[in-house]
Design a protein around this ligand. Structure first.
Ligand code: SAM
Length: 187
């Protein structure tokens, strides 16, 4: 069954073409000049239509890193002293207000060179046991988002000088939050 639905919102037009081939249901969605093919089950079908910003990540900045290739980067940068600069894009600069008072930040960056179709792997620390990807910190994962707690050394305009990352040079930053021991540290 082919179903075509045109939904007009105030400022934009969403065109949704749904192809139903028994199960699973595949949905081809045209949104913001891009086609997306989604496989969904029946129970999820009521959630197909989302706002235009649904799961739409925007780069907020980029990492300047001493690690140019994967072999240069530690698997976890937390205990290293190498220096990084996070350059925040002009349009997000106002979001830095007051950040210089923080000693540590949580930085989420996008592992753009990672595979996204791996669900099980071994880790460098345990090459014998195969683990589910959500049970590891592997860079290869369906949504390749990396997490670093960094030391904030100083802020110069829209540049954050930090230590404690494992990102390759040019990695995209997707979010920054203040680290709070009371919330983020499990005793
Ligand atoms: C094991 S992951 C851990 C990331 C983060 N600390 C975490 O726990 O979510 C770190 C590794 O990702 C790799 N890496 C860093 N930046 C990357 C990028 N932009 N694309 C793909 N791989 C990257 C490097 O090889 C680095 O050793």
């Amino acid at each position: 069954m082919v179903q075509i639905e045109n939904k007009t919102k105030e400022n934009d037009t969403e065109k949704i073409l749904a192809l139903t081939l028994k199960l699973p249901l595949f949905v081809l969605q045209f949104e913001q000049n891009k086609f997306m093919l989604r496989s969904i089950n029946k129970s999820a079908s009521k959630h197909i239509i989302r706002g235009e910003d649904y799961m739409n990540l925007k780069p907020i900045g980029y990492v300047h890193s001493p690690y140019k290739e994967r072999k240069d980067a530690p698997s976890q940068g937390r205990n290293r002293d190498d220096k990084f600069q996070i350059e925040i894009l002009e349009e997000f600069k106002d979001g830095l207000k007051g950040i210089e008072k923080r000693s540590h930040l949580i930085v989420l960056y996008w592992l753009d060179k990672s595979k996204r179709d791996i669900l099980q792997t071994t880790t460098p620390h345990d090459k014998n046991e195969v683990k589910g990807i959500f049970n590891t910190r592997s860079p290869a994962r369906p949504n390749p988002i990396a997490f670093n707690i960094v030391d904030l050394d100083k802020v110069e305009g829209s540049i954050l000088h930090v230590r404690g990352m494992d990102a390759l040079d040019g990695s995209t930053v997707v979010d920054i939050k203040p680290y709070a021991k009371e919330i983020d540290c499990v005793e």
